[in-house]
Design a binder for this molecule. Sequence first.
Ligand SMILES: NC(=O)c1ccc[n+]([C@@H]2O[C@H](COP(=O)([O-])OP(=O)(O)OC[C@H]3O[C@@H](n4cnc5c(N)ncnc54)[C@H](OP(=O)(O)O)[C@@H]3O)[C@@H](O)[C@H]2O)c1
Length: 312
Amino acid sequence: MKAAIITKFGKPDVIEITDLPQPKLKKGEVLIQVKAAALNPKDILIRKGKFKIATGSKFPMQIGHDLAGMVVDSNGSTMFKNGAEVFGMINGWSPRTCAEFLHVSEKELYWKPQNLSFEDAAGIPLAGQTALQAIRDMGNLKPNQKICINGASGGVGTLAIQISKILGGYITTVSSGRNLEFCHSLGADKMIDYSKEKITESDQKFDVFFDVFGNYSFPKTKHLLTKKGIYISTVPGGKIIIEQLKNPFRRQKAKLVVVKSKSQNLKWLYEKIETNLIKPVTDKVFPLGEIRAAQAYIETKRAKGKVIIKIE
Ligand SMILES: NC(=O)c1ccc[n+]([C@@H]2O[C@H](COP(=O)([O-])OP(=O)(O)OC[C@H]3O[C@@H](n4cnc5c(N)ncnc54)[C@H](OP(=O)(O)O)[C@@H]3O)[C@@H](O)[C@H]2O)c1
């Protein structure tokens, strides 16, 4: 089967398309013919070797965590039959969705929303579950509470706006000026252009500050939080881990979201998509052969929604 791999850590030119043996299935796994995969900043960091401790350094290493495709060997699954159209995200550190076929646990999948193309569906699982787990589960956002989403126009941010809207939040977004109207169209109530106004100088108070882009920190934003306000970061590191350890001793909390793929969460997203409460935001679709350009585009940090790889 055709698959995208890296042959060493480095720039996008370490990516190649090669032929790999068809994956073998373990118990609880199904075989998927991948129709589309989405790229995420995690794929770039892996390529650069920033997560070496987790991925190891064994090459060739495959690419990709998000997928939409068709079950071609259900392997005794009680959930999916052959021919089922699914979407999902693989957990852990063995990326492999940018390929013609992949083996995946059925617990990391759900049925693809019927009103979405494979390309649009592939962009939902990682970004959507990150936003859902951060805002609903860690932020505990309730109707009429105020949330600030910093980095609102990217893959996670565009879904974070829509999920906050469903949960009834009053949403302030932080983006570049060119994306103000775009954030408003997705459900933002108040939009801030970071080149004109520093959110840290604002006199607003938020119940939840979701730092999607990751250029703030709990110490820099705690004055923006309500008494029991919650700061959530997407970017792992020593500082946020130390801040989390201090949580039991104060009312305001600092949290780090680490996304995990769960069929229950994919089901939640599926239901909101099928009822048109969530719409996918696909920026660009690249064929598998142009995955180097697709990764280079994500690295510009200017993507407006998701970057997708179509597997022909
Ligand atoms: N911990 C986890 O489980 C987890 C899961 C998913 C993602 N993440 C992390 O979350 C981060 C965002 O992921 P993503 O998929 O949303 O990335 P992305 O789609 O590549 O984000 C691109 C967006 O970043 C915005 N941006 C660029 N500079 C900015 C700035 N100075 N301030 C605010 N926004 C800015 C851009 O908006 P403008 O063009 O308007 O500036 C663009 O729309 C990444 O670091 C990723 O690794 C972590």
